[in-house]
Design a protein around this ligand. Structure first.
Ligand SMILES: Nc1ncnc2c1ncn2[C@@H]1O[C@H](COP(=O)(O)OP(=O)(O)O)[C@@H](O)[C@H]1O
Ligand SMILES: [Mg+2]
Length: 408
């Protein structure tokens, strides 16, 4: 659709109409007007041809339902979304039978209205494309891209990537693929005991000839169902990889998988820039030792500067050792950021990985597995980009940490 979607709001109640119109304008929609039910609404709609029509349904619902029915016949290309304070399923069913595509209940939350409008439009686009014989109708990018980054090696980035992917599959949240973008160590395939038949470099190289079907042939499969796009066997093979090709691969993977997990090295390379840019969520890992915290501070500064949506960075503590020189609260204070998840130490994690089995599968009842499953469930079910992150937790307090960061 060219330009911002144009919306018509049909409601007998002037105040409700005005409230919704205001919210829609704030969300960058073009509001073509507000109008009451019946002939007035129909003539305005046929004149203005809105992309979406919102119709308020209140008791008694008959006029609203009649308006929906006539409107859906008059403008079959404009999806109708009903909203109402009638929360019973029969009222919702009647609105849908009359021709509404969706039914929202009051009190309306503006972000839900916006989502419903966007969903109605993209569904409509896909149906239209299907009718026009265009088989390429899947959403542009359905999957969530999760980039695992950390300022140091050995802090559990790869372990988290692999276990998180396995957890998504284990909790039935959807399909998951781990992409090994670590140009130095690239050990995902080895840690998952998956043979390397094709690598990210191969996929990026021939991405222009690939589509959603053929990208699958580049992926390895772990027995858990997690797919893997490994690093090349020879690290020197990275030399010729183009960030543009990698970005296209990520797009294809996000179109074909629910969760695309990018395991990054501890450096800012061109590929890491792509991984950070394309991420819906960045899990920034730190361990509880002083050098890791110091490096994470620097990384956070660099990340925040170069990123348009800083909210997507989620701080995660991992404990690769049980010798922790810094307390969890101190991390939050020093980094001025909420710790979103805190993964416990588990001395047997590497034993599981030696067998090529992520701990969430090998020992699902362990504390570490429970934490990673919780992380997966929240990422899968909650709108994480708007989490209460970035909270100012105040300045660092006393001790070694405050000395280290006193120039702040
Ligand atoms: N929570 C944890 N408890 C115990 N050991 C861990 C934990 N997380 C990671 N490890 C171990 O730490 C080592 C480094 O992990 P790895 O994921 O390879 O780090 P990175 O990818 O950041 O370099 C591995 O041996 C791994 O088994
Ligand atoms: Mg690693």
């Amino acid at each position: 659709m060219a330009g911002n979607p144009r919306i018509l709001v049909v409601d007998q109640d002037f105040e409700t109409r005005a409230e919704i119109q205001k919210g829609l304008v704030r969300a960058q929609f073009i509001v073509m007007g507000g109008v009451g039910y019946g002939a007035e609404a129909l003539s305005l709609a046929s004149e203005l041809k809105p992309n979406v029509v919102l119709v308020g349904v209140e008791d008694p619902p008959s006029r609203a339902l009649q308006t929906i029915e006539s409107m859906s016949e008059l403008l079959p290309d404009s999806p109708i979304i009903a909203y109402s304070s009638l929360t019973d399923s029969e009222s919702a069913r009647k609105a849908v039978v009359a021709g509404a595509r969706d039914y929202l209940t009051k009190p309306l939350k503006m972000n839900e209205v916006v989502k419903a409008v966007q969903m109605a439009l993209s569904q409509h686009e896909r149906r239209r494309a299907l009718l026009a014989g265009d088989s390429d109708t899947s959403p542009k990018s359905a999957g969530m891209i999760i980039t695992i980054f950390g300022a140091k090696g050995g802090i559990g980035k790869t372990t988290t990537a692999i276990n998180l992917a396995s957890a998504f599959v284990a909790i039935n949240a959807g399909s998951a693929v781990v992409v090994d973008m670590d140009t130095v160590f690239g050990d995902v395939a080895m840690m998952m005991d998956v043979p390397v038949e094709a690598s990210l470099v191969d996929a990026a190289d021939k991405v222009d000839e690939m589509d959603r079907e053929s990208i699958g042939s580049c992926l390895g499969r772990h027995s858990s169902g997690v797919r893997v796009l490994p690093a090349p066997f020879e690290p020197t093979d990275w030399r010729n990889v183009s960030p543009d090709g990698v970005e296209k691969v990520l797009t294809l993977l996000a179109q074909t998988h629910d969760f695309v997990i990018l395991d990054c090295p501890a450096t800012f390379t061109d590929l890491v820039a792509v991984a950070l840019d394309r991420a819906n969520v960045v899990l920034l890992l730190t361990s509880l030792d002083i050098t890791s915290i110091k490096d994470t501070t620097t990384a956070l500064k660099l990340l925040s500067n170069g990123m348009n949506n800083e909210e997507k960075i989620k701080l995660v503590i991992n404990r690769p050792t049980n010798v922790n020189s810094v307390g969890e609260d101190d991390v939050s204070k020093v980094l001025r950021r909420e710790v979103v998840w805190s993964v416990p130490h588990d001395a047997e994690i590497s034993a599981s990985l030696q067998l090529g089995t992520p701990v969430v599968i090998d020992r699902p009842l362990s504390a570490v597995s429970e934490t990673i499953r919780e992380m997966a469930a929240m990422l899968a079910g909650v709108e994480v980009t708007h989490g209460g992150n970035g909270r100012d937790t105040g300045p660092a307090e006393t001790g070694i940490l405050s000395r280290l960061f006193k120039r702040e």
